[in-house]
Design a protein around this ligand. Structure first.
Ligand code: CP3
Length: 341
């Protein structure tokens, strides 16, 4: 089979391949014992920037589960690290910034960094190592959407409601737009590096967009997400959690080929909102990964049935694989989806 005939890419083009494609957000990571073994003694962001390690971790779930795509092992904050921003990932917590960006002066300082100056050598090398081994299995590159990155950067670390970023939009829209516009260019540079090195598709993660109301999403966020994808001429998926109230806006006016749906919204309802020109991706409830197989199996069959309502369907979870997941449950899902026909 040619890479261009891969079920994932056919589904993104709007076809329904004989075998429905399936992959999992966070398939590369802590649910795999072989991942935990490799990561011992290496910090998360250092692992991402060590090409052999990042490539091997990316390939692990493809070998184990037989998924229809690899997703590049990296992180949404990697391009910020490459831009010289002081960021670490604290285990069990998430991205933490030494200098939160809150004032006009903070925004001036960070936006003075030229997004074109990022050294993406380690990213490109890792992507090349991965694609050389993958053959006809596509590699999905990714980046964080400007709002989700800002939710960390303005707060200085993880937060529940992203109050400071949402406040900045209204209190100082000029600073917000400068910051989000710069973040869009940072993420775009990361996407371009992955595309140029061989990624077949990309996913833009706006994981925390669900904390916004539809009007704020449209006015302050969607234009910057569109900018992050500008000129990325390979298939594009856009994903967020809790974006049901403005799901159709996640199409970014047709700029993306597929939209990821979380577990809260049945796929047939999502398909009706998204219309005939968008592939749906999702939306197995990650909570059910810990349920007995017959319970999980019935849920996956329901997701497959509802996915028929869309022009095409890529099976995935509604969000990432929880670290405590038994990886055999993921392998069983892949087998079920592939035998479904
Ligand atoms: O398998 C994959 O999906 C590819 C790799 C990937 C990672 N992060 C690896 C990772 C991807 C696509 C991401 C994106 C990412 N990073 C997002 C968007 C996706 C989402 O889940 O909504 C976000 C919000 C981040 C920021 C981030 N990085 C968080 C919240 C955490 C978890 C912190 C923790 O320990 O709970 C990270 C760390 C991270 N990124 C891990 C992995 C495998 C865990 C690191 C470890 O093994 O300790």
């Amino acid at each position: 089979m040619a890479l261009s005939d891969a079920p994932l890419l056919r589904a993104l083009a709007g076809d329904r391949p004989a075998q429905t494609p399936v992959w999992f957000m966070r398939q590369a990571g802590r649910s795999l014992p072989e991942y935990r073994e490799l990561r011992v003694g290496t910090r998360m962001l250092d692992a991402c920037l060590t090409p052999e390690l990042a490539a091997e971790i990316t390939l692990q779930p493809v070998r184990r589960h037989g998924v229809d795509a690899a997703v590049f092992f990296s992180d949404i904050v990697i391009p910020l690290r490459l831009a010289g921003v002081d960021v670490e990932i604290e285990p069990g917590r998430g991205p933490v910034f030494a200098n939160p960006v809150r004032s006009v002066a903070d925004v001036d300082r960070i936006t003075a960094i030229d997004p074109a100056s990022l050294d993406s050598t380690a990213i490109a090398e890792a992507v090349r190592l991965v694609t050389a081994e993958l053959g006809d299995v596509p590699l999905i590159g990714f980046a964080g959407a400007p709002f989700t990155l800002a939710a960390y950067l303005v707060e200085g670390g993880p937060s529940k409601e992203h109050l400071r970023a949402r406040a900045m939009m209204h209190a100082d829209p000029d600073s917000w737009n400068r910051l989000a516009g710069w973040l869009a260019q940072i993420s775009r540079a990361f996407l371009i590096a992955q595309r140029d090195a061989g990624a077949s598709a990309v996913q833009l993660f706006d994981s925390w967009a669900g904390s916004l109301n539809p009007a704020d999403y449209r006015a302050f966020v969607a234009p910057h997400s569109r900018a992050a994808l500008e000129g990325i001429d390979i298939p594009k998926i856009h994903f967020g959690v809790g974006t049901g109230p403005f799901l159709a806006d996640m199409r970014l006016d047709g700029a993306v080929d597929g939209v990821g749906v979380d577990w809260r919204q049945p796929l047939d309802e999502a398909a009706a909102l998204l219309g005939p020109d968008t592939t749906v991706q999702g939306n197995i409830d990650p909570a059910l990964l810990s349920a007995p197989w017959p319970v999980l199996e019935a849920h996956v069959r329901d997701v497959l049935a509802r996915g028929r309502a869309a022009r095409a369907h890529i099976v995935n979870l509604g969000h990432g694989v929880p670290p405590e997941t038994d990886p055999d449950q993921l392998t069983r899902i892949v087998e079920l989806v592939h035998s479904h026909g």
